[in-house]
Design a protein around this ligand. Structure first.
Ligand SMILES: Cc1ncc(C[n+]2csc(CCOP(=O)(O)OP(=O)(O)O)c2C)c(N)n1
Ligand SMILES: [Mg+2]
Length: 662
């Protein structure tokens, strides 16, 4: 006999209880409350084949309420993914188990994106849905025709980013996006009455979504709601009314089930309540085979899809694109042309010029900006906007939604087939930072284009002038920050970002910079993160280390020092992370490890000096800005903050004197 949907769902409940019990840590409430809804989705609707988790035309499922990770681990295991095994689940939350506290996309195939920071999954799902429609516009229904499903909790729908995502999805009419809301009216602190009385459904409706409500504990009713959602052309919000911890007789419906083991007695009582009599971590045969059948439902679709791919004539192109490889053949011809006609330009402008070549050579790029297109220089001439009536466009007007943009870009990248880049001001990286971080953690190949990267932006003043941002972003693991010094470095940094499989951030100027790289080179000089741009002519006594707009100043300082017989190197350091990754010999060659008495090291960056002692040593000299900026024209600010060649030269000389006395 086929097990009922409820019996299949109870397997999820049991595994969630057992795993959390074994770990004495974790979140049983959400999986127990949403087990019936998830069963409807996975046994009837979700297009997937457990035998091939990477099948490009599979539906994407995002567990935005990542704390309910056991729901996903149970589903992957039960439907027959190679991992997690039952042993993996037994070791839930233990070192070495792929069943991490929250779902990690790099731990298990079948986890489309890392979730846990609430709300971001919703925005990532919007990005996946955009990617799907875009690729559909290019490759047609034969190759790209799938849906994106997202499971969100009350927390996801309170976090502001959900609203950015909802607005974007509604505007772009992403009808293939369906969100299941676990409306259990409970969060950690207790009832949602403590903190929320907005009408979430009305808010989504106002954003252009289709909405429908159902009893989330009845999988037939969830199915009916899903049918309605499928039939509607708008993105859908399905409000599933559930009970957190459903099945635990004493604790269900309370915050006690949210994030703690239920305890042996309550687990035993729940087993009774649910009619589940197998021991912990055991699945009865009928249930196991029922779930296995769900896991192979998509096999036929997948085989058909592969046949279509073979005969499409676009197989190689499609596969290369999904593999995410970016061709760098644009770089050399672009640089040749650039070097033939050098003039002072802002690196944001240089970025736009490079993008002209990049977008022509790499069809996978999709650009955008959070309402600063003209300032970020992110849109190139041939880029049409991506809109609901032209999903084939390659430029997204994200609106003033930095966080939503960054999180959606993670989703696009993780969908595959898209290399997203998006712009805002560097100072507003604070607004997108949680998504930059999650992208860094989960290896999403996204390029963040951050312009107006210092006081050099001028008159907009301290609210708009980044100070600590560069160093704060460099402190983030998994993200490479680039701050190019001129047009050549900008192109080189773009090439490095495109070649990487992790996220990158380009910090670019508003103000014009004079070219510091004027000759062709055989290799990408930015690739090692830092390099000697100018060698000391007299005996080397000073090494000036600068980034971005301060490199030209460093060159002027060096000239002044040389004028006094003091040999000075200038090291351009577009990426501290890449420099740190070089071998000791290279680092030693660029920054010889001698005491500051012999050679004074000086860092110059128009931002915090915090952290630069890493390269200058404690007795070196760090030139920067350790306060908030000011409103004035850029030239005046550089002078006011002492970032001019004469002022820096004076400080260097003074420092050398102190050192001699010491
Ligand atoms: C951005 C963010 N803030 C806080 C948390 C900590 N946290 C995890 S779950 C949760 C409550 C979520 O409530 P809900 O989504 O309703 O989940 P349920 O209790 O119903 O399972 C909180 C505050 C988090 N994971 N992410
Ligand atoms: Mg809740």
């Amino acid at each position: 006999m086929q097990p009922t949907q409820r019996r299949l769902a109870n397997a999820i409940r049991a595994l969630a209880m057992d795993a959390v019990e074994a770990a004495n840590s974790g979140h049983p409430g959400m999986p127990m409350g949403m087990a019936d809804a998830a069963t409807a989705l996975f046994t009837k609707y979700l297009k997937f084949d457990a035998a091939d988790p990477h099948w490009p035309d599979r539906d994407r499922f995002v567990l935005s309420a990542g704390h309910g990770s056991m729901l996903l681990y149970a589903l992957l295991h039960l439907t027959g993914f190679a991992r997690p095994t039952m042993d993996d689940i037994r070791n839930f939350r233990q070192l070495g188990s792929p069943c991490a506290g929250h779902p990690e996309n790099f731990e298990l195939a079948g986890i489309e994106t890392t979730t846990g920071p609430l709300g971001q999954g919703v925005a990532a799902a919007v990005g996946m849905a955009i990617a799907e429609r875009h690729l559909n516009a290019i490759y047609g229904d034969d190759l790209v025709d799938h849906r994106t499903w997202v499971l969100a909790g009350d927390g996801c729908l309170m976090e502001g980013v959900n609203h950015e995502a909802a607005g974007l999805a509604g505007h772009l009419r992403l009808g293939r996006l369906i969100m299941l809301w676990d409306d259990n009216k409970i969060t950690i602190d207790g009832s949602t009455d403590l903190s929320r009385n907005e009408d979430v459904v009305a808010r989504y409706a106002a954003c252009g979504w289709h909405t429908v409500e159902c009893d989330g504990l009845d999988s037939a009713k969830v199915s009916k709601a899903i049918d309605e959602a499928l039939a509607d052309a708008r993105p859908s919000l399905i409000r599933c009314k559930t009970i957190i911890g459903y099945g635990a007789p004493k604790k269900q419906g309370t915050a006690a089930t949210h994030g703690a083991a239920l305890g042996a007695d309550e687990v035993a009582a729940a087993r009774k309540e649910l009619g589940w009599d197998t021991p912990a971590f055991e699945i009865p045969d009928d249930v196991a085979s029922g779930w296995r059948a769900a896991g192979t439902r998509g096999a036929r679709d997948r085989a058909d899809w592969h046949r279509r791919l073979e005969t499409s004539g676009r197989r190689a192109e499609f596969e290369a694109r999904m593999a995410g490889k970016c061709d760098d053949s644009w770089l050399k011809p672009y640089l040749d042309k650039l070097l033939a006609d050098l003039k002072p330009i802002a690196t944001r402008k240089a970025s736009e010029m490079a993008l002209g070549a990049i977008n022509a050579a790499i069809p996978a790029t999709i650009g955008g900006s959070a309402d600063l297109t003209g300032s970020n220089n992110t849109r190139t001439k041939d880029q049409e906007p991506l809109t609901f009536d032209n999903y084939g466009g390659r430029y997204i007007y994200y609106g003033i939604r930095e966080f939503g943009m960054a999180a959606a870009m993670n989703g696009m990248a993780q969908h595959g087939g898209i290399v997203p880049y998006g712009g805002t001001f560097l100072v507003f990286s604070d607004y997108s930072r949680p998504a930059i971080r999650l992208g860094a953690l989960s290896g999403a190949k996204v390029i963040h284009v951050m312009t107006h990267d210092s006081i050099g932006l001028g008159e907009d003043g301290p609210t708009h002038q980044p100070i600590e941002h560069l160093q704060a972003l460099r402190a983030m693991p998994g993200l490479t920050v680039y701050r190019p010094a001129d047009a050549v470095e900008t192109a080189e940094c773009w090439a490095l970002a495109l070649a990487d499989d992790k996220p990158s951030l380009l910090a670019l100027t508003r103000q014009n910079l004079r070219p510091v790289r004027t000759k062709a080179t055989n290799s990408n000089r930015c690739a090692k993160g830092a390099y000697r741009l100018k060698s000391a002519q007299a005996d080397r006594q000073v090494i000036l280390i600068a980034t971005g707009s301060e490199v030209e100043i460093a060159l002027d300082v060096a000239e002044k020092l040389e004028g006094q017989g003091i040999g000075a190197d200038v090291v351009s350091m577009p990426s501290t992370e890449l420099f740190d990754a070089q071998d000791a010999d290279y680092r030693e060659e660029v920054l010889p490890d001698v005491s500051n008495r012999q050679v004074l090291r000086v860092s110059i960056e128009a931002g915090t000096t915090f952290g630069w002692e890493r390269y200058t040593g404690l007795h070196g000299l760090r030139i920067g800005i350790d306060r908030f900026g000011a409103s004035a024209p850029a030239v005046d600010l550089y002078d006011y903050f002492g970032l001019t060649a004469p002022k820096i030269t004076e400080r260097v000389l003074a420092h050398m004197k102190i050192r001699e006395i010491a």
